[in-house]
Write a new protein. Sequence first.
Length: 309
Amino acid sequence: MARWAVAVVAVAALAACAAEQDGGGRDEGGAHGPGVPEIDDTKDMPPLPHARYEFSTRDYTRQDQAVARLTQRCMRSHGFADFPRQWHEQKFEPMSETHHAVFISTTLHGSLDLDAARKGGYGLDRDAFKKFYEAHAPKGRLVTQREYAALNGFGGRGIPKGGCDQDGTRRVQADVRNETRMSGYVADRSEAVAKAVAKDARMRRALDTWGDCMADKGFKRYASPEAASRDKAWGRGEDGDTRRTRRERDTAVADIECKREHNTAGVWWSVTAELQRRDIDRHRSAYEAVRADQERIRATVRDVLEGER
């Protein structure tokens, strides 16, 4: 079952980029040409090819539910007859009294949220952070000391190795052929593709056009929206937030306006999609092995949640 001891907020969190162009590049109209979606907002972003080989948010939610059900069965089979389906191991503290690790994640195309840029520049979206935290706050009752020991394998006759919590996870993954490959292969390939996109002639032209647009609007000419968001002038602190000055907010707004004018994110998507497809074709057997293990997980989860296991 997922534990949320640390809240993680991804700012402008979209997967990174991909691919090198073979031969001659597109012309000036390539940003709005065939196969290039018009992307003004995150909701306009079509799924990328790698999405077929990744677990969705729904998948992860169902896996947590299945692990919770199996953990509950394990606990009840070892004498904890009233052990609940939902539970947590430590006292829940209000958001204002806890410490958070905030990771700032950006991509070549950066944020597409114009309202957030107007309000907070390149800083954290506190409202989104609060919603995320509340959605993932622990539910159910606090476990007792005896329950905690059984959950984590610290004692008790016949308790599985690692405790009932780990036992639930093991059972969900029991049919997986290669857990390491299933968990990390596509992420590693996405990273490799992302490095290629940054070198792609089409992407470089799109970023040059975006940089010219920024300069024309009277702002610094950055190499990319990612570089703009990381400008030290914004005074980003340890908590990940910025000072949200007028200059920062105006820069962030111009950043998104230029991306919309020149469809920077659309170019990013089209290049990334092309190179992900190419990578899948080159490594088809490995990708399909990942998907096969994911389907085994989905089948187990389905059986657990439907009461067949």
